[in-house]
Design a binder for this molecule. Structure first.
Ligand code: NDP
Length: 301
């Protein structure tokens, strides 16, 4: 029986996870197929119920389902529980366990961009979705002293700050309204800017006007497709140090692979597939649109 692992999101066509995970299964001769399931929020519960079939090793969960999936699994890892978001489901016998490997992926990416410099203590995070929750939790546990969250819908950022109230009681974690003047004042006080919104997936859109970016900032954009978002291009022009989401993708994906298979992930194979996808475009993988019954070839990019 060929085992199955699925990516559940809406949309899923942009994701590099399929090619990366399939390359890892193939390299280790694991009989498993990675599938792309595009599911609307209304169809999420049915998709999770389907994962209970014996042929499934688990799933990745992506935009916009990471928080909504929490009550649909049987148990949460300590980290997923603390964050309130799940990006990986693995099985423990018949039970579906929700994990969050975005935290470890982000911490690895943070270490990489900081390099030999001193770890900063102040950060700005843009976004309040599942990815932003993982980022904020990583910054809290990394010992940051002040983290300011901006989000298009302020109430969502405020909800996230409340969620982390106890784990962030030793530090200054706050949500602020997304106005340029407020952003500018906060940018002057910070060393690290993390874009955890999906704005950069549209190549010409940016969350921050270029003229607000000071130099010497560390700027991370979790978006990896396109590899250079407008924010990263503007930040590089302002002489900031920049990093896109590819390293985080690789590291969270490696941990996902290990949870499904119990084997060490072949990082070099996965990185080679990411290099290939970045240069030549996505592998053509069918997308399953679920109850709509429609299966289309992914357009690739
Ligand atoms: P969610 O759907 O949970 O959250 C999306 C976030 O983006 C929200 O904060 C939302 O704001 C904001 N947003 C979306 N569109 C706009 C817009 N037009 N203007 C302003 N804000 C906007 O998604 P995730 O948190 O799961 O993912 C966010 C991004 O991070 C995605 O692009 C995803 O691909 C990337 N990502 C990358 C990873 C990696 O490994 N590199 C890992 C995880 C995510 P609001 O709440 O106001 O709607």
């Amino acid at each position: 029986m060929t085992n199955r692992v699925v990516l559940i999101g809406h949309p899923v066509a942009h994701s590099f996870s399929g090619g990366m995970q399939q390359a890892a299964f193939d390299a280790l001769e694991i009989d498993a197929r990675y599938e792309l399931w595009d599911r609307r929020p209304l169809d999420l519960a049915d998709a999770i119920a389907e994962l209970r079939g014996d042929d499934f090793l688990g799933a990745n969960i992506t935009i916009p389902h990471k928080e909504h999936v929490v009550p649909l699994v049987d148990k949460l890892s300590e980290e997923a529980q603390a964050i309130g978001a799940v990006n990986v489901i693995a099985r423990d016998g018949k039970k579906l366990i929700g994990h969050n490997t975005d935290v470890a992926g982000f911490k690895s990416a943070l270490d990489k961009i900081v390099g030999r410099q001193k770890m900063p203590r102040h950060a700005i995070v843009l976004g309040a979705g599942g990815a932003a929750r993982a980022v904020v939790y990583a910054l809290i546990t990394e010992g940051f002293q002040r983290v300011v969250v901006f989000n298009r819908h302020l109430h969502r950022a405020e909800g996230m700050v409340r969620h982390f109230g106890r784990s962030a009681s030793h530090m200054d974690l706050r949500a602020m309204p997304w106005h340029n003047s407020v952003l500018e004042a906060e940018l002057a006080k910070t060393k690290l800017l993390v874009n955890a919104t999906s704005i950069g997936t549209v190549p010409t859109e940016t969350p921050i006007p270029a003229e607000l970016l000071p130099s010497d900032l560390l700027v991370m954009d979790l978006v990896y497709n396109p590899p250079q978002s407008q924010l990263l291009r503007d930040a590089a022009a302002a002489r900031c140090t920049t990093q896109n989401g590819e390293h985080m993708l690789l590291q969270q994906g490696a941990r996902s692979f290990e949870l499904w298979t119990g084997k060490a992930a072949p990082l070099d194979v996965m990185q080679a597939e990411l290099d290939r996808a970045r240069e030549q475009g996505l592998r053509q993988m069918p997308i399953d649109f679920g109850p709509a019954g429609e299966t289309r070839q992914a357009a690739g990019s």
